[in-house]
Design a protein around this ligand. Structure first.
Ligand code: PAF
Length: 284
């Protein structure tokens, strides 16, 4: 695997890849890699000839300095895991390389309702930071396909919308969430859980499964209330549990009127904030 810290060197290499008519798959990450990230890399390798992964903890998407500071960073382990994966090139830039002095972002900041709900309410400025870095990284890498995890469902929706609006010739591939055996969605933040918190954490997925089980049997507000109760009983401090239309993230009131329904949730266990979601219905 090749390692690049500088934009210029990465781009020089990617030019040779493109000249050979090889397609490029891109997996942006913030490091502390787990099997979820590695599954994105394998998905990229299955569809593209050359896989680029970036590891960059993007300060612009943290609305809380403590959260940025405590975000797990394990560079040696990440590089080791990537060397064993199908990743061809790792882009591991410094902040100054991604956001050089004098550079200004041309990424959109307002995505209508997509940036007015759920994560956008609880993490103001977060998606502006995500759009800023994803646009910048895409401009650098210029991949054919972009691979993201469904665990960040709202992020996938916003990035897809950004590429559509900017008419960028990149396909977003949203890959399934990878879970631990007990159902907990893999996340870099799981590393921050104490043993006791880790044992409670699967309740987040259980609350989503409960919602799936109750859909079409009880009203949506009742489902949301029962899911929140389950989380609280397990020791979570819930932030939201929302049953939404998967196309536009608008709240679902009558499930019969929707063919794509997703339950999305965020909740804290002690200081660790976890998010997860589950597709409750998808009929196309
Ligand atoms: O999902 C993430 O890890 C980040 O939000 C991303 C897409 C790498 C941008 O920093």
């Amino acid at each position: 695997m090749l390692l690049f810290k500088k934009v210029e060197q990465l781009q020089k290499h990617l030019k040779t890849v493109r000249n050979d008519l090889r397609t490029i798959g891109f997996v942006p990450t913030m490091g502390a890699l787990h099997e979820g990230h590695l599954s994105l890399i394998e998905a990229a390798a299955n569809r593209c000839d050359f896989v680029v992964c970036s590891v960059f903890v993007n300060p612009a998407q943290f609305n809380d300095d403590n959260d940025l500071e405590s975000y797990p960073r394990i560079p040696e382990k990440d590089i080791e895991a990537l060397c064993k994966s199908s990743c061809n090139a790792l882009f591991y830039p410094d902040v100054e390389e991604v956001y050089p002095k004098g550079w200004t972002s041309d990424a959109p900041t307002d995505f209508g309702y997509l940036t007015q709900t759920m994560e956008a309410i609880h993490r103001p400025g977060h998606f502006e930071g995500v759009a800023k870095v994803v646009k910048r990284l895409l401009d650098i890498v210029q991949p054919d396909e972009l691979f993201m995890g469904q665990k960040d469902f709202q992020q996938c929706a916003i990035v897809t919308e950004m590429l559509r609006r900017l008419k960028m010739p990149v396909e977003v591939v949203c890959c399934d969430t990878i879970r631990e055996k007990d159902g907990l969605a893999m996340s870099s933040r799981n590393l921050l859980l104490s043993d006791q918190e880790r044992s409670k954490a699967p309740a987040l997925f259980k609350s989503l499964l409960l919602a799936k089980d109750l859909l079409d049997r009880v009203s949506v507000p009742e489902i949301e209330q029962k899911a929140l109760e389950l989380q609280k009983l397990a020791g979570f401090q819930p932030e939201y549990f929302s049953i939404v239309d998967g196309h536009n993230l608008r709240p679902v009131t009558d499930p019969q009127q929707h063919n794509f329904i997703v339950a999305c949730t965020a909740a804290k266990l002690g200081k660790v904030r976890l998010i997860d979601n589950l597709i409750l219905r998808r009929e196309f």
